[in-house]
Design a protein around this ligand. Structure first.
Ligand code: DC
Length: 239
């Protein structure tokens, strides 16, 4: 018998809305485990690119059983290991970003990773960010957040992140890439990026990281005290 030791907090939304930073901070404050599921899709994509196989579902499905993806918490956030090698930086390469939406649209890949995500979160005490956490991975999550922000703001934030990784790219290129990926992620047949009807929408365009972290923590407190979120807009009842 397993005993739940904390809530499941699902944070979904488009690329660059601040999900990872917010999720990591919320997890730190609560002493929860932070899981960046995008890194898992990126790790599969990196493995596929390195293997040089055609990026088609039947070929990709064949390599899945041979992949060992490990998520290791560290002071700087989650490190991702692929068959023992730390690939955290490599996951941000433009080549990986270019192909990850296609790879993550394959149902075989989603089945493989969703099973692992459910295993990682089954005891609770986790903050998981992605595109389908509140809709597919943990529809029963106690706290569901959908983070959004305007495209220019998302592009600026992503640009800073990429430059920190030493990747040379312009703001226009980043914006075009974000738009292309949002389009693919929102329109794929299997578990597209969608706001769960019971998720609380937080627009981070005008918010600082501390403010967005505090808004999520407030939802957690309300959930723990069994009160309804005050003045929060959900996907089911738009503002
Ligand atoms: O969060 P990110 O930008 O690192 O995610 C990379 C890609 O992985 C994203 O474009 C779509 C996919 N993804 C997904 O399909 N489902 C998730 N739960 C997380 C990411």
């Amino acid at each position: 018998m397993s005993c739940k030791r904390g809530l499941i907090i699902a944070i979904d939304g488009p690329a660059g809305a601040g999900k990872s930073t917010t999720a990591r901070r919320v997890a730190e404050r609560l002493g929860y485990l932070y899981i960046d599921t995008g890194a898992m899709y990126r790790a599969v994509t990196l493995a596929v690119l390195r293997a040089g196989i055609p990026i088609e579902e039947e070929h990709v499905a064949r390599v899945l059983p041979h992949l060992r993806i490990e998520l290791v918490p560290s002071l700087q956030g989650q490190r991702t290991l692929l068959s023992g090698e730390d690939v955290t930086e490599a996951l941000r390469l433009p080549e990986v970003t270019r192909w990850v939406s296609l790879v993550s649209s394959f149902p075989a890949v989603r089945r493989f990773l969703v099973e692992e995500q459910r295993r990682l979160g089954r005891h609770g005490g986790v903050v998981m960010d992605g595109r389908d956490i509140g809709t597919v991975v943990f529809p029963e999550a106690e706290v569901k957040v959908f983070l959004t922000a305007s495209l220019p703001v998302r592009a600026r934030r992503r640009l800073q992140e990429l430059r920190a990784y030493g990747i040379a790219i312009t703001e226009q290129e980043v914006a075009a890439e974000l738009q292309r990926r949002d389009e693919l992620d929102s329109h794929r047949a299997d578990s597209p990026l969608q706001c769960a009807p019971d998720a609380v929408v937080i627009d981070t365009t005008e918010l600082t990281i501390e403010e967005q972290t505090e808004r999520v923590l407030e939802l957690v407190r309300q959930r723990l005290c069994n009160t309804r979120p005050e003045s929060a807009s959900s996907c089911a009842e738009p503002e």
